[in-house]
Ligand binder design. Structure first.
Ligand SMILES: Cc1ncc(COP(=O)(O)O)c(C=O)c1O
Ligand SMILES: [Zn+2]
Length: 417
C-alpha cells in the first residue's frame, strides 16, 4: 500500500493533495494532466536493488512501493508485466548498433501495454468505491479495461471508434463490456466518453485524464532498466498516439533516477505515423503546445489527431534529450514481418512502429554505432490480422496430393530452399 504525496500539474506546476482533485488540474482544465509524486526518500528504504533482488514477484507489482494503490486487496488477479526483453543479435548486425533490445509488451494478458494502466486503474476505481469504469480508446485500452473490470467484478462501459479492428471489439464483447461504437474517430469517442462519464459519474480510466494510469505504464520502463541490471539503454523508441505511453516511459525512468536506481535518463524517441503526427510537428517547430490535426494511418492505435496527453509526451521527448520521427504506412507494414523474422516478435502496426522509427533513423545515420537501443512493442500482432496480411501476401494453396504440390510449389516455394 502506497499513498502518493502529491499531484502536480504538468503545465502550471501547481501542487494538489491527492484527495483534493480527482483528475486534471482545476486551473488548466483537461490539458493540465497531473504527475503523481511520492516521498522518494522514504521509498528508497523499501525499493532498492537489494529488495528487488529478493522479490519473487514477476509482475508490475514488484514496483508497488511507487504505485498509488491504497488497498492491496484491490489489486486485480490477472498477471501483468515482467514481459520479455530480447537481445536481438540479428537487428544489431543489420543496423550496426552496439545492442538492440526488444520489449515484447504484447505478452500482457489482453495483449498490449495498456494492461499495465488498467491494472492500476481498476485498483484505483475500487479504492474509490466505484462499480462502473469507463474509457474512450482506439481499442487496446478498452479491451484491456474490460478484461480487468471482468476479473475485479466491475462493469465497464467502453467508447471506441466504429472503425476499431474487429479483434479489439470482439475482445470487449467477450469480456462483457458495454460497448459503444462511436460514429467518428478517436477524438469523437473521447468527447462522447467524457460527457457520459461526467453525466453518469463512472470512474474515468482515460489515461490522459486520470493521473494514476500513467503510473501503471511507467513500470514498462522500470522493467527495461531492471532487466538490463540498471544500465539503461541510450535510446528508447516507442510509438505515440495520445501520448500516455511515452509519458509513462519517461516517468518510469525518472522515478528510478529519483530513487537512485539509475544514474541517467535514456533519450526517449517518439514514433508517429506520417498521417497522424501532431506531437512530432510541435517538437520540430519548438512549439509550447500541440496543434490538433488530421489522423489517417493504418496503425489504428496511434491514429490520433488530437492527442490528449500532449504535454507529457512533449516533455518526455524534450527533457530526455530525445527526438521524434514519423513513419509512413508502408514503412509500418514492412516493419511487421521484419521484426517478426529478426526478433521473433509479432506486433500490431502501432506496436512495430517503434521499430520502423528506429530503422529509419538508423538508416539515416541518426543513431550512433556505439548506442544501445530498446524498442517497446506495445501490442500483439494478432490484434490486427488484416493489416499483417497486407504485409505478407497469401500462402500457397494445394490439393492434398504430392503431384499437385510439386506443380504449384515449383518456382514459388522450392526455389527458396
Ligand atoms: C499498441 C499501441 N501502441 C501505441 C499506443 C499509443 O499510446 P498512447 O495513445 O498512450 O500514445 C497505443 C494506444 O492505444 C496502443 O494500443
Ligand atoms: Zn495547471
Amino acid at each position: 500500500m502506497t499513498k502518493p504525496m502529491k499531484l502536480q500539474c504538468v503545465l502550471c506546476g501547481r501542487e494538489y493533495e491527492p484527495g483534493a482533485v480527482r483528475y486534471t488540474c482545476p486551473s488548466c482544465g483537461l490539458d493540465g494532466t497531473l504527475d503523481v509524486l511520492y516521498d522518494y526518500d522514504e521509498i528508497r528504504t523499501r525499493l532498492n536493488r537489494k529488495s528487488l533482488a529478493c522479490d519473487p514477484d514477476r509482475s508490475l507489482w514488484r514496483y508497488r512501493a511507487v504505485l498509488p494503490v491504497e488497498d492491496d486487496a484491490h489489486i486485480p488477479s490477472l498477471s501483468v508485466g515482467w514481459t520479455p526483453l530480447y537481445d536481438s543479435a540479428k537487428l544489431r548486425e543489420t543496423y550496426g548498433v552496439r545492442k538492440i533490445f526488444v520489449k515484447d509488451d504484447g505478452r500482457n494478458p489482453t495483449a498490449s501495454l495498456k494492461d499495465r494502466a488498467s491494472a492500476v486503474g481498476v485498483a484505483k476505481a475500487l479504492d474509490a468505491g466505484q462499480t462502473i469504469v469507463s474509457c474512450a480508446s482506439t481499442g487496446n485500452a478498452a479491451s484491456s479495461l474490460s478484461g480487468f473490470a471482468a476479473v475485479s467484478g466491475l462493469q465497464s462501459v467502453i467508447f471506441v471508434p466504429q472503425t476499431a479492428p474487429a479483434a479489439k471489439v470482439t475482445q470487449l464483447l467477450v469480456y462483457g463490456a458495454a460497448v459503444v461504437l462511436v460514429r467518428g474517430d478517436y477524438s469523437d469517442a473521447f468527447l462522447l466518453a467524457t460527457a457520459a462519464i461526467d453525466a453518469y459519474g463512472w470512474y474515468n480510466r482515460n489515461c490522459a485524464i486520470n493521473p494514476y494510469l500513467v503510473e501503471g505504464k511507467k513500470t514498462c520502463a522500470m522493467e527495461i532498466a531492471e532487466q538490463l541490471d540498471f544500465e539503461v539503454p541510450d535510446r528508447v523508441f516507442i510509438s505515440v498516439g495520445d501520448g500516455c505511453c511515452i509519458g509513462g516511459i519517461y516517468k518510469g525512468f525518472l522515478d528510478l533516477l529519483r530513487l537512485g536506481l539509475i544514474d541517467r535518463m535514456p533519450k526517449i524517441t517518439g514514433v508517429q505515423a506520417e498521417g497522424a503526427c501532431p506531437i512530432h510537428d510541435a517538437f520540430l517547430s519548438g512549439s509550447e503546445r500541440v496543434t490538433f490535426g488530421p489522423a489517417d494511418t493504418i496503425a489504428d492505435s496511434i491514429s490520433v489527431g488530437a492527442p490528449r496527453n500532449w504535454a507529457k509526451a512533449l516533455r518526455a521527448v524534450r527533457k530526455s534529450g530525445g527526438a521524434t520521427v514519423t513513419v509512413s504506412d508502408a514503412e509500418i507494414l514492412s516493419a511487421i514481418p521484419e521484426l517478426a523474422r529478426s526478433a521473433g516478435v509479432f506486433g500490431e502496426p502501432a506496436g512495430v512502429a517503434a521499430f520502423a522509427g528506429f530503422r529509419k533513423m538508423a538508416m539515416q545515420g541518426m543513431v550512433s554505432p556505439d548506442e544501445t537501443v530498446a524498442l517497446v512493442v506495445t501490442g500483439n500482432g494478432l490484434k490486427d490480422i488484416p493489416s499483417a496480411q497486407k504485409a505478407v501476401g497469401s500462402p500457397l494453396v494445394a490439393d492434398p496430393d504430392i503431384d499437385d504440390f510439386r506443380k504449384k510449389a515449383k518456382g514459388v516455394l522450392l526455389n527458396v530452399w
